[in-house]
Design a protein around this ligand. Structure first.
Ligand code: HEM
Length: 127
């Protein structure tokens, strides 16, 4: 009987010990590989409004100032005809280089910059 009580006591202590040291293991979100398969991006829905709001400011990418002009309705042709994207080597695109460099402050969201990159990798469609 005494032995049984000792065993029960031991098991109880071990059980309490194990519960005490249980820790939540937090798995970091799987880092999204920026060069992984490109997501679908619509120029009309995702990029045109973004460029209009964040680039086509007075004195910036508007008529009479800096190309590419980024107003709604003209930005697509400005970007494509101005040679600001290289769909063969997307990272050599002037647009990609500028949004990850000099112009980064105007497009602070990494998600938005990834959309621009994926759109170029998708062949810069007028979609
Ligand atoms: C996310 C928004 C923006 C994008 C995508 C963008 C994109 C670009 C690109 C592609 C160029 C290179 C043009 C070239 O090589 O000829 C450029 C240059 C320039 N942008 Fe922006 N831009 C943005 C916002 C702005 C804003 C808000 C301003 C004004 C405050 C601005 C002012 C300039 C200036 C002054 C240059 C000429 C820089 C130089 O010659 O070194 N940009 N931008």
């Amino acid at each position: 009987m005494k032995q049984l009580l000792i065993i029960i006591g031991l098991l109880f202590t071990m059980g309490a010990g194990l519960t005490g040291c249980y820790q939540d293991v937090i798995y970091p979100n799987a880092a999204v590989d920026p060069d992984g398969p490109p997501q679908f991006v619509s120029y009309k829905t995702d990029l045109e409004p973004l460029f209009n709001n964040q680039c086509a400011k007075a004195g910036c990418h508007v008529s009479g100032n800096h190309h590419p002009y980024m107003n709604t309705g003209i930005s697509y042709n400005e970007i494509i005809n101005g040679g600001f994207v290289n769909t063969t080597v997307p990272k050599e695109s002037e647009l990609y280089i500028m949004i990850n460099g000099e112009m980064k402050e105007y497009i602070p969201s990494a998600t938005d910059r990834q959309k621009v990159y994926d759109w170029i990798r998708n062949g810069a469609p007028n979609n």
